[in-house]
Design a protein around this ligand. Structure first.
Ligand SMILES: O=C(O)CCC(=O)C(=O)O
Length: 395
């Protein structure tokens, strides 16, 4: 498949697909994982290793939010050796990850050849993230408010459970992270079927293997778990629809920032994702107001700049179908699970449920009240309504 065909697929598929046997001329595919990790270690200037996030392989009722993770410092080589050994006490019970890092952290030897040229996006060579994790490392279910996602699995395996934007999942803006809307459901260790019921007919599932590329269309929910020590890269393709989402995100941020004023550190730790703690406190509200004004102004037809943003869903359905069937050996639709298969998976995951992990800040009355208040006002549908009324008053 040539890059321009892949680009059409990426920008037009309405459901997730996996691209197989695409020529991806990245050097890391020719390196073994230990070789690649060793090169990364050599770039670690102070020699003290990397600060990894870590969590337990068991969990309670709520998803394992980022704020509940610990940290451990290790060289990548030790991380790999220990976490893949059969008898390591720590990794029998825990996982660790070095995730959502920018590619510019990598030495040249580790990122040689990595661009998204072969997917039809030659300009993307910097805006790329990498994810390293041991078995059990996972990201709670969420959707990304911007772009569509190309995920390239290089080593190891990762499980993706995906749901369409309209799936009946419960969105929450707590913990708040710009551009991520989390769901309250815990797919890692569901306590009971009743917690995940309602989406059993909407679950799509794929185990990504080395060389596969997954295309996640805009706003698809995803829960991602490492099955076997894994290295993958991804990029979010910027879409023409993103500026509208930026307005929604800006409104949400204004509300959360306002609500956060006067809360103590304990409550803030609960409400905000760790990566937002300092920026929420340090951004003056006036600055956000003027960003909002700017974004609304950019909506005017004469102001719209299209740089780097891609149109999406521009192919007629019949043309898309033709493309998919012509390249059916390379473009594999992600499988929709039968509902019994979904429940089988949940049953397997529920073996990790551990009620002794249920005592958390989620259960504290003041945090529960704050979470409910934020979710009532920052519900994505309500924010959309607010946004459309702003549009009317500014036109
Ligand atoms: O790989 C993961 O743990 C999460 C990936 C993810 O959320 C994404 O690529 O959007």
């Amino acid at each position: 498949m040539d890059p321009s065909t892949i680009k059409d697929v990426v920008l037009n598929v309405r459901e997730p697909v996996v691209l197989k046997d695409v020529e991806i001329p990245w050097f890391c595919f020719d390196q073994t994982l230990p070789e690649w990790l060793n090169l990364l270690d050599q770039s670690n200037d102070d020699g003290n290793g990397f600060l990894l996030d870590c969590g337990s392989r068991r969990s309670g009722r709520s998803p394992q939010w980022e704020r509940l993770r610990g940290q451990v410092r290790k060289s990548m080589t030790d991380f790999y050796k220990e976490s893949t050994a059969d008898n390591d006490e720590y990794f029998r019970e825990n996982w660790a990850s070095y995730s959502y890092r920018y590619i510019n952290e990598l030495p040249e030897e580790c990122r040689k050849g990595i661009t998204f040229d072969c997917f039809g996006f030659p300009d993307i060579a910097e805006d790329i993230s990498f994810w390293i994790g041991s078995r059990g490392a996972h990201t709670p279910c969420h959707y990304d408010t911007y772009g569509c996602n190309i995920v390239v699995q290089v080593h190891g395996r990762k499980r993706w459970l995906l749901f369409p934007p309209e799936a009946k999942l419960k969105p929450t803006r707590v913990p708040y992270e710009e551009s991520s809307v989390y769901s309250e459901e815990n797919f890692y260790s569901p306590e009971a079927y009743s917690k995940v019921i309602g989406v059993e007919n909407e679950a799509f599932h794929v185990d990504l293997e080395p060389g596969m590329a997954l295309i996640v269309p805009p706003k698809w929910w995803h829960y991602v778990e490492t099955l076997e020590f894994s290295l993958n890269f991804n990029t979010w393709i910027q879409l023409e629809s993103d500026p509208e989402e930026q307005i929604s995100e800006c409104l949400t941020r204004l509300i959360i920032q306002d609500y956060s004023k006067g809360l103590n550190l304990h409550n803030l730790n609960h409400l905000l994702n760790p990566n937002e703690m300092s920026s929420i406190a340090s951004t003056p509200p006036d600055e956000l107001q003027s960003t909002l004004g700017y974004l609304l102004n950019q909506r005017l037809p004469e102001k719209r700049s299209r740089t780097n943003r891609h149109p999406s869903n521009y192919l007629p359905m019949s043309e898309l179908q033709r493309l998919l069937s012509t390249h059916k050996d390379h473009i594999i639709p992600v499988q929709k699970l039968q509902n019994h298969e979904f429940f089988q998976l949940m049953k397997l995951n529920s073996q990790r449920y551990d009620p002794s992990r249920n005592r958390s800040s989620d259960d504290e009355e003041d945090n529960r009240r704050a979470t409910n208040a934020i979710n009532r006002t920052c519900n994505p549908q309500l924010i959309d309504l607010l946004k459309s009324s702003l549009g009317e008053s500014s036109s």
